[in-house]
Write a protein that binds this ligand. Sequence first.
Ligand SMILES: Nc1nc2c(c(=O)[nH]1)N[C@H]1C(S)=C(S)[C@@H](COP(=O)(O)OP(=O)(O)OC[C@H]3O[C@@H](n4cnc5c(=O)[nH]c(N)nc54)[C@H](O)[C@@H]3O)O[C@H]1N2
Ligand SMILES: Nc1nc2c(c(=O)[nH]1)N[C@H]1C(S)=C(S)[C@@H](COP(=O)(O)OP(=O)(O)OC[C@H]3O[C@@H](n4cnc5c(=O)[nH]c(N)nc54)[C@H](O)[C@@H]3O)O[C@H]1N2
Ligand code: SF4
Ligand SMILES: [Mo]
Length: 719
Amino acid sequence: MSQSFLQYAQQKSKQEEQKRVFPGQCPFCSMQCKMQLIEQHVEGRTRYQTIGVHNPTTHGRLCMKGQHAHQHALHKDRLNHPLIKRNGQFVKATWQEALEEIKTNIESLQLSHGHDVISVYGSASITNEEAYLLGKFARVALKTKYIDYNGRLCMSSAATAANQTFGLDRGLTFPLSDIKHARVLILVGTNIAECQPTFLPYIEEAKNNGAFLIVIDPRKTPTAQLADLHVSLKPGSDAALANGILHIMLHEHLIDESFIHQRTSGFQKLKEHISRISLPDIAEQTGVTIDVMQKIARKFAQEKTGMIFTARGIEQQIDGTASVRNFLNILLVTGKIGRFGCGYGAITGQGNGQGAREHGQKADQLPGYRDISNPAHRKEMAERWNIDEKELPGKGVSAFEMFEKMQAGEIKALFLMCSNPVQSGPNAHLIQQAIKNLSFFVAVDLFMSETAALADVILPTSSYLEDEGTVTNVEGRVTLREATYPLKHQRKHDWQIICEIAAVLGKGSHFSFSSAEEIFEELRAVTKGAKADYSGITYERLRKEQGIRWPCTHLEDSGTERLFEHAFSHSDSLAKFAVVTHEKKAAKEPVSQEYPLYLTTGRVMAHYQTGVQTRRSTSLVARQFEAYAELHPDTAKTYGLQHGELVTIKSKRGSVIIRCRISDTIRKDTVFVPFHWSKHQSINLLIDDQLDPHSKMPGFKYCPVQLSAYVNEKLCEKF
Ligand SMILES: Nc1nc2c(c(=O)[nH]1)N[C@H]1C(S)=C(S)[C@@H](COP(=O)(O)OP(=O)(O)OC[C@H]3O[C@@H](n4cnc5c(=O)[nH]c(N)nc54)[C@H](O)[C@@H]3O)O[C@H]1N2
Ligand SMILES: Nc1nc2c(c(=O)[nH]1)N[C@H]1C(S)=C(S)[C@@H](COP(=O)(O)OP(=O)(O)OC[C@H]3O[C@@H](n4cnc5c(=O)[nH]c(N)nc54)[C@H](O)[C@@H]3O)O[C@H]1N2
Ligand code: SF4
Ligand SMILES: [Mo]
């Protein structure tokens, strides 16, 4: 007995010896759960396991995506060395060859066509250091005005709305720990249970304290299932619904007059506008009864505290900015912002959805939320970058508009870092054609994505396990992602790749960084005095304090938990009401006899974005291996469709073939399809490319379609 115990103990200690632990932070959503990868050699085999690590945001929780993230990071499909396309085939190249190829092509194109011939497309899945550096690379090394990023398709409507209403855009205006103190929560177009699973306990805590939960979503999602009131509105009708709620609030005098008087401007105009609204019209447009609107208005106004959260359901609309602003109007008329237990939460999406939108990847923006068209901001940044202000390019165009310019031949080259627009952009046919039209295209990725496959040069990069840097999470908390897993093969970090290309283009002196921390030191310095001020944050502090919420203006500053307690960020300190005319919706492609159903798109718990990463994880694929079309049983009956059958879904732009999932969790006039799958399941082949005029967001959540049972004609011919 004692001998076998000894043997056991010896074996155990040997295993422990062979065990290595790597710190990390999940590469997926905006919760940025802290984790550890445990690598263990047992009986000749290496086993991997990811476990959660305690931290102030998620307290050690992980969802299924985080638990299996290492499966894609360690996957055999990872790119190991640069690739150059020769005669239509990718061939293995050295870094020197790849850099030479890039230099020659960029220099000759810019010589013939000017600096703006090249565009840069970035991402909110890279670190703050890399997002900052990419913006600097476009402006200082390439000297092009054309830079934008995938966050344009993600957070731009919420960001624009918050800027217009409050004068500042930070995802949550309060710490997550305040949520439990709110008496009523309104969630608009956000499926937290599947998209930020480790956020959900904060909502549950509020509910346990007696909070009333209202979820506004055309589907009864796992989030909506927790609601005290689920409002299943027609897709695309959020702006109208908010007008209905405002109408009742004003009519029944459910408003906070002293807050409106002291802290806002523009109320009179809103009041006049709302007085002209007809509630029966709103009920017709939204599919929500006046009774339900009354319930929301009364509950939200009468409770002492309340919060409103929005995400892509309301935001990814061609009136997304106006719709969000109309929900912010509700916060303002009831005085539920700037005090404890109240506020606005734009649920950020990608891991660095917050930070990556602050530091210069946007077409109109310089680091720290500076404005590229503001002469004072330009002067400041030119000085800090040690360039002449005249050399600093002006404002470019948004993500999708860059593809339009590629198609038109005006932009002839693209440097793409960490995105897969062929699958994630609207009107995917056009994006594909635009990319094929390029003279030169460089993609930096972990894998041969659908978009990278079209590149002339692919550069292999490091994953979350290997790449250290800071990431700003959903509550505006800047966190340090430690990463010590060895960088294998010929892979390089995104920031190293940027620096090396800058060097071959003769701009090395502006990009002479040898670590992420060195870049962060520059980012701190240049954001001093800007709206998104990181100047008080250091790696050392982040390690010690486990994250700091910006603005943080000096080393003794503990950061900012709650925004707008005393003043909003507009120069007059007031928040601005917006008049939102929901009739503008007429600009949207209408449902018609030919295209009678609304298509809306989104996510499932097991997969992430275009699926390039999660479709390579066996555990996640096992949970969901293909796309599906969620349909109401009555709709399925109308079209003669059975659960599990294939259906063709067609819009004016294209069609896809997808398996039906029949469920009464969705409206009868609506079909839902997740966007994680490619080829004939790529739902963006159907989505229109009309953009919100303020944020330039496409309408991913609204598209008139028709359905028909899929018939395989080739197969039919055989019988
Ligand atoms: N599992 C998973 N988690 C993720 C991601 C992922 O890909 N997979 N991606 C991350 C990213 S980048 C983002 S941006 C977030 C997205 O997070 P969410 O915005 O929560 O996710 P979506 O599924 O895109 O859309 C949310 C909901 O909007 C609803 N909706 C559709 N149309 C309308 C409408 O007209 N009005 C209203 N009110 N609601 C509507 C949909 O039914 C859906 O349930 O998730 C992040 N987390
Ligand atoms: N129909 C529809 N379309 C949508 C949406 C929707 O709800 N419906 N949502 C939109 C939203 S919110 C978003 S955020 C976009 C997302 O759209 P994309 O940005 O296109 O999606 P990802 O799949 O995250 O693409 C990231 C790519 O970068 C690679 N990658 C991962 N990590 C790294 C890294 O560290 N460095 C580099 N260089 N590469 C890396 C991955 O392998 C992958 O190929 O899609 C948008 N498109
Ligand atoms: S996907 Fe989001 S919630 Fe899930 S483990 Fe990763 S960061 Fe956490
Ligand atoms: Mo996103």
